[in-house]
Design a binder for this molecule. Structure first.
Ligand code: TPP
Ligand code: SF4
Length: 288
């Protein structure tokens, strides 16, 4: 499926930066879900899709809420639709990592705990990019951001594990480097019958410091270097949806990004050891 096909539910010419990974994610997910969808978007780079005033870039209903309440708005819409017997409408929250991993976590956890049948997509550009590139709870350790000028200390939150711990029917990670896999997972999330969560890795040329022609390559390098893993949790069963056979060293992924340029060799070695061990643990977990 082309993400720019005629008949797309998303207009051409929106104001994201050239090469924006989030734009690929948004087009892919909304077009996969189809017209019977209502979208809630918080402030952040994706706000260019919800639009300004009476303008919007999408052919489905939706609105821009506040930064911390995407899941709560979605739950309210779901309840209203269900009360009207409109069970075939998908309610989609589409929020950045800052709006999800940090400030929106409370609302998201509550919705998942209640079992509200909403679909929530976190696009992960690893920072608060719309406001100048501050670090979030999803920023990779060591990355330079405007709030971590010496490199971020500590690792990021494991959102898939946190979300899956709520016992929801479907949760998965995906990447704009593998759009077919992303679309498949969006369809599974829509049809799972309960709350669903997708965590989509969306490289950000502006914030990470790489050329806008390299977005898909960067997304694939993240997966091939084991820095971002493609996994789904379907009714409690963990499965690696992409087994990496042509591994590349982490250095090959990070050396192309300005945000990691300062890292000494021993720090890169530590990162390598970290991702290798995490992948081995994941493989074990997915083996049952
Ligand atoms: C409570 C609150 N604090 C701060 C802001 C300012 N603000 C608007 S967008 C944004 C960044 C959101 O980051 P993220 O959710 O990661 O999305 P991205 O900008 O990366 O697309 C911030 C901090 C706000 N709108 N509301
Ligand atoms: S700052 Fe990054 S995420 Fe935001 S629009 Fe630009 S490229 Fe996309």
């Amino acid at each position: 499926m082309s993400v720019t096909a005629v008949g797309s539910l998303v207009a051409h010419g929106v104001g994201t930066c050239p090469g924006c990974g989030l734009e690929i994610a948004f087009r892919s997910v909304v077009n996969a879900l189809g017209r019977r969808t209502i979208v809630v978007i918080p402030p952040g780079c994706a706000a260019v899709f919800s639009g300004y005033g009476r303008q919007t870039a999408v052919r489905i209903p939706g609105f821009q809420g506040n930064l911390g309440s995407t899941a709560a708005y979605a739950s309210g819409i779901r309840a209203g639709l269900d009360a009207q017997g409109k069970h075939d409408v998908t309610v989609l929250g589409f929020a950045g990592d800052g709006a999800t991993v940090d400030i929106g976590w409370q609302a998201l956890s509550g919705a998942l705990e209640r079992g509200d049948r909403i679909m929530y997509v976190c696009y992960d550009n690893e920072g608060y990019m719309n406001t100048g590139g501050q670090a979030s709870g999803s920023t990779t350790s060591g990355a330079v951001t405007t709030t971590t000028p010496g490199g971020k200390m500590g690792g990021g939150k494991d959102m898939l594990r946190l979300v899956a711990a709520h016992g929801i029917p479907y949760a998965a990670t995906a990447s704009v480097g593998y759009v077919d896999d992303l679309v498949l997972k969006a369809n599974r999330a829509r049809d799972c019958g309960g709350p669903a969560y997708l965590h989509v890795h969306t490289p950000c040329p502006t914030g990470w410091g790489f050329g806008p022609d390299l977005t898909v390559e960067m997304a694939r390098l993240a997966v091939r270097s084991l820095s971002f893993n493609l996994v789904e949790v379907d009714r409690g069963r963990w499965r690696l949806t992409f087994r990496v056979r042509d591994r590349v060293p982490v250095s090959e992924y990070i050396c192309r990004q300005r945000r990691f340029r300062h890292l000494p060799d021993e720090e890169v070695e530590r990162m390598q050891a970290g991702v290798t061990a995490a992948y081995a643990a994941l493989e074990k977990m997915c083996a049952g």
